[in-house]
Design a protein around this ligand. Sequence first.
Ligand code: HEM
Length: 532
Amino acid sequence: MWNMKEDVHQILINNMNDYAGASVVIAVGLAAVLVMIFQWYPKGRKGSEIPGKLGLPFLGETFAFLAAVNSTRGCYDFVRLRRLRYGKWFKTRILGKTHVYVPSVEGAKTVFANDFVMFNKRYLKSMGDMVGKNSLLCVPKEIHGRMRHLLADPFSMNSVSKFVPKFDRELSERLKRLENSGKSFRVLEFSMKAAFDGICDMLISITDASTLDQLEHDITCVTDAMLSFPLMIPGTGYYRGMKARERLIDTFKAKITKRRNGEEVSDDFLQSMLQRDSYPPNEKLDDEEIVDNLLTLIIAGQSTTAAAIMWCVKFLDENKQAQDKLREEQLQILRNKPAGALLKYDDLMSMSYGSKVVKETLRMSNVLLWYPRVALDNCTIEGKFRLLNQPKNVALFLLSDCSLLWITCLALDMFVPAGYEIKKGWNVNIDATQIHYDPNTYKDPMRFNPSRFDEMQKPYSYIPFGLGPRTCLGINMAKATMLVFLHRLTSGYTWTVDDEDLSLERKAHIPRLRSGCPITLTRLDDTSITNS
Ligand code: HEM
């Protein structure tokens, strides 16, 4: 008997088999097409090649770079000239290493956000030898996190608030002595000494003048040796630097012993480290770590802060309107305090225009011109994320059953710019200077205009202290030092710059005026101070 139900069932089964067969054929076909595209695609459409001249093997453009370093236009001139020739992105070769200067907010974001993962710091041997293998600057990621956490506490707002009145007292006395002498003095020298003494006081409570002089002399030998050839032979800069480092480490260790013996107690950074003596090893720094980082902090903090102060004075001198506005704010703060009272951290909080002056100074001066990293793998920067550049992603797409998704992703991947190609081992320098001078972010970028900071900045477009896991540890201290200086200078004095020469110091990695910005102070008359 004809069984209609069974026949229909049989027909359905046959058709389903046909459909399944057809689906498999389509899927395999699509997979084959995709694999073929994938085979062709990464070779044909890698990231764009970065223009630039690599020159001779090893030497590359080393001589041109050294010429810029030795010139009074400063080492950034090397970068500036290549940008004019090749455009924003360029590559070069210096001492055997390929360098790329990352000029954009998007590029900076990629590098900062992948610090320690895709990029890392790499120091010259002499630089690493001078600061020591336990320095925060040199340790690997696993140690860096723990160390940074332990070092950060003494730089908190709370700690900086103890530093403010101490530094204010010292600074006021120094300025008074210069006022009384009536002589011209170099702001750079002045701020180097003031910053050095301030940092040493905060870290290890050394205030004795002759010890400070000896320490500063040794720190200068160490910093000078950072770019020297690592040759441990008497007479070389490297040798002098290493010997100076030994003396500094001995001084720090002697301090540690005194503190442990109870011969000396102080409320400072070192004491806060030693208070952890009884803690488990992962919750404290050992002595070698403490001494290397004391040295690191002094080196990282002194010349950066001093240069920033010098540029502040120079920019304010060239922009009288900004100077007057700042003076008015600072006089108001002075009038609201009892005569002769020292500044407190809270006073800094009410320096709204002063903070903008500090920000604008750091934007324009670019104390650290670029932030060097090394690419740990081949990658692209500034391009959009590419989905199909990894075999595992392709496999996922094949397994997924949504052809529309495949096609969309493939199209996106093909037509969205793939970015600039970086090879493993290349030096990738985040060019803070170019980012801070970008007219698309900062209107009229060469004009000193603190009020531009009335508005919020785009993320990653303002980076004078870096960003990410390696952000400057001394931000609070640096800003506080600058604000205290600005307060005492503008609320107590007017000044004239005695040498207008704009040329820069030779062989300096931090841009500083060759003249050191000499100024002469004139005391503000009492009526300006008391007028409200
Ligand atoms: C105006 C003054 C300063 C400027 C412009 C400045 C700028 C910077 C920048 C840009 C970085 C990050 C560099 C990079 O990512 O490669 C940095 C790191 C650092 N800064 Fe500062 N700095 C200043 C003052 C200070 C002070 C006063 C101290 C401490 C006393 C300090 C301690 C450090 C340390 C320890 C690091 C390394 C952080 C790490 O690798 O985790 N800096 N600084």
